[in-house]
Design a protein around this ligand. Structure first.
Ligand SMILES: CC(C)(COP(=O)(O)OP(=O)(O)OC[C@H]1O[C@@H](n2cnc3c(N)ncnc32)[C@H](O)[C@@H]1OP(=O)(O)O)[C@@H](O)C(=O)NCCC(=O)NCCS
Length: 195
């Protein structure tokens, strides 16, 4: 298993994994409104790669982050989507992807992370609904699933308002994939392959 930076050629496998995890209707969700026309943050977009019995590369996990802006200008990250293949679910891969990227984000100076997801899962990484009580999203969402995390203590003090898209890309919204210049594997990790 290798966890490395996402590259353009991973896109079809990522879309297939996200379709399996969330269904093709995922594009109608409010979180996707915040991603339209915006490039993800390349260094925080990771993939977990393995090989099948024929030696072909398989994609077992994906995590992406988008830039957003809160209120009148507080920058934040929007975590997601994240998905792990059914084969690897429950083996710690999702946690590893989240912890690795949150560490990278903190090291890079990011201060706030938002997401829409299952609170019972994300609470273990420090996400809470309490931090987003003063924020709004530009569309319908189950508010119990709207969570925040401070990478710097107090980063959300006094931060309120509507969450909006980050800088809009010059590129077509349909192909927002990064082409990282650093193609080295970020990390080679050992996780027991499921039977
Ligand atoms: C959610 C997901 C990314 C987690 O990745 P993973 O590699 O399976 O998770 P990990 O192995 O790191 O963690 C497993 C733990 O998370 C719990 N967990 C997994 N998904 C959960 C969820 N949606 N809600 C609450 N807990 C969850 C498991 O019960 C397990 O708990 P334990 O540690 O007490 O045994 C993955 O299961 C996935 O892609 N699921 C399909 C998409 C999905 O349902 N997303 C919903 C989250 S927004």
């Amino acid at each position: 298993m290798i966890i490395t930076t996402e590259e353009t050629q991973h896109a079809p496998m990522i879309e297939a994994l996200l379709d399996t995890a969330f269904g093709p209707e995922r594009h109608t969700k409010t979180a996707y409104r915040l991603r339209e026309g915006v490039d993800p943050i390349p260094e925080l977009c990771l993939v977990a790669l393995d090989h099948d019995e024929h030696g072909n590369e398989t994609l077992e996990g994906t995590i992406r982050y988008w830039p957003v802006v809160i209120g009148n200008g507080t920058p934040a990250l929007l975590l997601g989507p994240i998905a792990v293949s059914e084969r690897w679910q429950g083996g710690g891969l999702g946690s590893k992807l989240i912890r690795m990227t949150l560490n990278k984000a903190a090291m890079a100076g990011h201060r706030i992370v938002l997401l829409v997801g299952d609170a019972p899962y994300y609470a273990r990484f420090g996400f809470s609904r309490q931090l987003t009580l003063g924020l709004q999203l530009p569309g319908p969402v189950d508010l119990d699933r709207f969570l925040g995390l401070e990478l710097v203590p107090g980063a959300m003090d006094g931060v309120t308002g509507m969450v909006g898209r980050g800088p809009v890309s010059d590129r077509a919204a349909e192909v927002p994939l990064p082409s990282p210049t650093d193609r080295r594997a970020e990390s080679r990790i050992w996780l027991a392959r499921p039977a």
